[in-house]
Design a protein around this ligand. Structure first.
Ligand code: AMP
Ligand code: MG
Length: 417
């Protein structure tokens, strides 16, 4: 039995960062940029108006106030998307819309609210505008290049593209980006007892849930799940399914790795490649296996998760999630954790690291301020999948202590962070 850290290190040593792909920016959400992006334009491309109002020369407004407006003749109008056809002469104003380029000669914009435009009754085109306040140079003007100056490094290689970065790329005029591609992860459930949801229920059979939790986890962390269905507890069936997985980047199987009579996943794997590890000092999840399947020049990392639905999910979190993130070129592989006060006791009888399903709440304490408290969601059996549905965290009880009692501090992995 090896520790969780040793197992993770070993698994990560067998997975590689994948190659880049270029594709439309929206499809790049959550992926890692492979090249520095420099701006080849200024953003905004020209000085422009931050408000709907009147472009003027600031000095023409000096002395203006509500009681004695400065009246200035209006000589034109610029809508967003168009440009001024004339220069602004001193002593004149041009009506301007938000985002429209500031005309030559203007150095400030007085917004409608600071003019008499809104209070006038007249519907006739404005021939002059009453300015109700003094404007300083630069008022309501967005400077050319104030967001991004042409030639600057805007996004660094290695950046994870979030909605904001995708927007920045779009604003620079890029319709595509080069990112590390998403791993294709084959998901295979195994067991003679399994039938697929949607099929009529059958005596002695249970519905396959692992395929769906695991494929959903793969999606959640950025991979592309390829569902291989159910492998039966026979060497032939498993071999056929493994053949189908060879074009993917990783194979995740569920079940068939414990000491039961029909646990043949390990045997098949040992024949087709190499088992790098089996049994990890954790609870649930002990019988997990990892290895590499070889076929010609192909090396397919294979993570054999236990069949119990909770074990499968928790081992996915600890091992498959960081492997997927690494393949996607991400550097921060750690699941966010917080320190919390445990409200329940958890016994550790066999020296494994326990991942207890908890609900974490932020509690206001008059003496110590805000503190996270963790309480068990209920029964912790590795077959009780609803315990994962109720939990928002996994409290980690270290392998080298006999347990925790109420009031003890624990680290909690945040499942949804
Ligand atoms: P195994 O690791 O194959 O011995 O399976 C352990 C337990 O998990 C058994 O009770 C199985 O019926 C259950 N199990 C295995 N695979 C699945 C699955 N895909 N969906 C739901 N339960 C499963
Ligand atoms: Mg089985």
């Amino acid at each position: 039995m090896i520790s969780v850290e040793e197992a993770l290190e070993k698994i990560l040593s067998f997975v590689e960062v994948l190659d880049p792909e270029e594709k439309p920016i929206l499809g790049c959400l959550g992926q890692v940029l492979v090249e520095d992006v420099y701006a080849d334009i200024d953003i905004p491309p020209w000085d422009n108006s931050a408000m709907d109002g009147y472009a003027i020369k600031a000095e023409d407004t000096y002395g203006a106030n509500k009681l004695s407006p400065r009246f200035i003749p209006v000589v034109g109008e610029i809508a967003a998307g168009s440009i001024a056809d004339k220069e602004l002469k001193p002593g004149t104003a041009i009506r301007i819309m938000t985002g429209a380029p500031l005309p030559q000669g203007a150095d400030a914009v007085v917004q409608f609210e600071d003019t008499d435009e809104l209070t006038r009754q007249s519907l006739h085109p404005l021939s002059q505008i009453g300015i109700l306040r003094e404007a300083k140079k630069g008022l309501n003007v967005r400077r050319r290049g104030e967001d991004i100056a042409k030639g600057t490094l805007v996004l660094r290689k290695g950046t994870i593209l979030r909605p904001a970065e995708i927007g920045v790329l779009a604003s620079l005029g890029h319709s595509t980006a080069s990112v590390i591609r998403r791993p294709i992860v084959s998901v295979l459930a195994t067991g003679d007892e399994l039938i697929e949801p949607g099929q009529p229920k059958l005596n002695g059979k249970i519905y396959n849930s692992n395929t769906y939790t695991i494929a959903a986890e793969v999606l959640r962390y950025g991979g592309i799940p390829e569902i291989l269905g159910i492998g039966r507890d026979s060497v032939e069936s498993l071999n056929r399914k493994i053949d189908e997985s060879l074009t993917s980047d990783m194979l995740i199987t569920c079940g068939g790795v414990s000491l039961g009579d029909y646990d043949i996943v390990k045997d098949v794997l040992a024949k087709r490649g190499q088992i790098a590890l089996w049994t990890i000092c954790m609870k649930p999840g002990k019988p997990s296996a990892f290895g590499v399947i070889r076929q010609g020049r192909k090396r397919l990392p294979h993570l054999g998760l236990p069949g119990n639905p909770v074990s499968a999910m928790i081992t996915f979190e600890q091992f498959a999630r960081p492997a997927i993130l690494k393949m996607m070129g991400k550097e921060n592989l750690a699941k966010p954790t917080v320190q919390a006060i445990m409200d329940d006791a958890v016994e550790n009888t066999d020296g494994r690291r326990i991942f207890a399903r908890v609900v974490l709440n932020l509690i206001q304490d008059t003496k110590v301020g805000e503190e996270y408290h963790a309480c068990l969601v209920g029964p912790q059996g590795s077959g009780i999948l609803t315990s994962m549905a109720k939990a928002n965290g996994l409290a980690i009880i270290p392998e080298n202590i006999p347990g925790v009692k109420p009031g003890d501090k624990v680290l909690v992995q945040m499942l949804d962070w």
